[in-house]
Ligand binder design. Structure first.
Ligand code: UD1
Length: 430
């Protein structure tokens, strides 16, 4: 099993290039099956989640070519079924985007129900409500969601809860429904906008993405396109917070600074200097960090996917901070691992009360999920001594070359698969 070995104590210094947004890529790759013509998608991150989704798509006959590491050329004219197998759903929850895409184009989809996950219950009732409002018959049988329709018809849908996944899934299904769909109380995340732009580049008629109301005029057919995915807001935020926690100086390149505003604002509040450029941000942290309060919210609020990383930084800030998780019901599981590294954090329900400590100390810990895994790596970088992080497969779901990028910023980190590798890492540092 691969692990990261990290020798803490070095600040992050230098420049890092951010890749394409994983969550936008998952939606856009799924949506690409909605045309029979070839689609070229650039800036696709080479991470486990996107690669598993591509395998799921290949399993139903989508022809996929990868002329370069970050470019995917897809041809969906030879699709031979609308059933996604369980093995893919087990590996990646977002395979459920195939429901919206296949239902939209073929009026039929069968996808296994996504299970629970490490950050709490993740209902999909709003997705199903949307498909039904468009006229689909949706039933759950033998552990799968089966959605079908003679015809999809535009509708007026009000989401009871702001959901990124439901907004994306319903938007895809409505794109090829007859007539007009109005989708209210929708998610405004950058990847919702990116998906709308992608679908529009294939001939869809979607307006309002990025606001509370999305209006879609159904079209009969979508056509070929070439499209580049936006930079990853969360990967960028992770490096920004890693710079802060390690008292470093990092220029995070190839980003859209507007998407990072809420992270920038919090870092400034806790004593960092953040400089914004056209497509880069520089985070300089040379003094003590100070405490603050954070509540995670739908975009443009503070992202839940940055909550663990920020908690790690606040664990080293002077004073008492409060972090409230406003999206998921069980997203503080990693705190136990952080406490083993010397953090002083008490979790009460969806709130963490953090009393800053001088320094973390290296320990043997386990990544519980993707973002918490990245957060624990940040803790390891800022810690005194060596940390071993197990289960890095979670981190690899969403961060491309995480260890290599950190190494280039001066972090002493190595991906090790056995004791021999670990000994070599220690020997090199001695
Ligand atoms: C997406 C992101 C994930 C991020 C999350 C919140 C992808 C692939 N994943 O997940 O990284 O953490 O947004 O920004 O883009 N809910 C319901 N009913 C539904 C759908 C959701 O009650 O039908 C609830 C969820 O349980 C959760 C909240 O709504 O409490 C937000 O979930 P949602 O925005 O749907 O998250 P995901 O799309 O799963």
């Amino acid at each position: 099993m691969d692990r990261y070995a990290v020798m803490g104590g070095n600040p992050l210094v230098g420049e890092v290039e951010i890749g394409g947004a994983k969550n936008a890529a998952l939606a856009i790759l799924a949506a690409a099956v909605m045309t029979d013509e070839p689609v070229t998608i650039e800036n696709v991150p080479d991470v486990r989640d996107t690669n598993v989704l591509l395998q799921a798509m290949e399993s139903i006959g989508v022809l996929i070519d990868r002329p370069e590491r970050h470019t995917v050329v897809m041809n969906s004219s030879q699709i031979c079924g609308c059933i996604i197998e369980d093995e893919f759903m087990k590996k990646i929850r977002a395979s459920y985007y195939m429901i919206g895409a296949l239902l939209g184009k073929y009026k039929r989809a069968e996808v296994p129900l996504p299970g629970g996950c490490n950050i709490g219950v993740r209902a999909i009732d709003q997705h199903l409500k949307g498909f039904r409002a468009l006229g689909a018959k949706v039933e759950i049988a033998h552990g799968s969601i089966i959605a079908e329709a003679e015809e999809l018809k535009g509708s007026h849908i009000f989401l009871d809860k702001v959901s990124v996944g439901a907004t994306i899934n319903i938007m895809m299904a409505a794109t090829m429904a007859s007539g007009k769909t109005t989708l209210e109380n929708v998610a405004k995340e950058p990847h919702v906008v990116d998906l709308a732009n992608f679908l529009n580049s294939m001939g869809a008629n979607i307006k309002g993405a990025g606001t509370d109301v999305i209006r879609i005029k159904g079209v009969e057919k979508l056509h070929r396109t070439e499209y580049a995915i936006i930079p990853d807001q969360i990967e960028a935020g992770t490096f920004m917070v890693a710079a802060a926690a390690s008292r470093g100086d990092v220029t995070v390149k190839n980003v859209i600074p507007k998407h990072l505003e809420c992270i920038t604002a919090k870092l400034q509040e806790i004593g960092c200097r953040v400089e914004e450029y056209d497509d880069a941000v520089r985070v300089v942290a040379n003094g003590k960090l100070t405490s603050t309060q954070i509540k995670t919210l739908p975009y443009p609020g503070f992202p839940t996917d940055m909550q663990p990383q920020m908690t790690v930084a606040l664990g080293l800030a002077t004073g008492t901070s409060i972090v409230t998780e406003g999206i998921f019901d069980n997203r503080f599981k990693y705190v136990d691992e952080l406490v083993r590294m010397g953090a002083s954090i008490k979790v009460e329900g969806n709130m963490a009360v953090i009393t800053g400590v001088e320094q973390y100390s290296g320990a043997s810990i386990t990544a519980p999920d993707l973002r918490a895994g990245a957060a624990l790596v940040i803790a390891a970088i800022a810690a005194d001594g060596e940390t071993i992080i197990e289960d890095i497969k979670y981190i690899e779901r969403g961060y491309e070359d995480f260890d290599k990028k950190l190494k280039r910023l001066g972090v002493r980190i190595e991906k090790v698969s056995n004791d021999r590798d670990l000994k070599k890492f220690r020997f090199k540092l001695a």
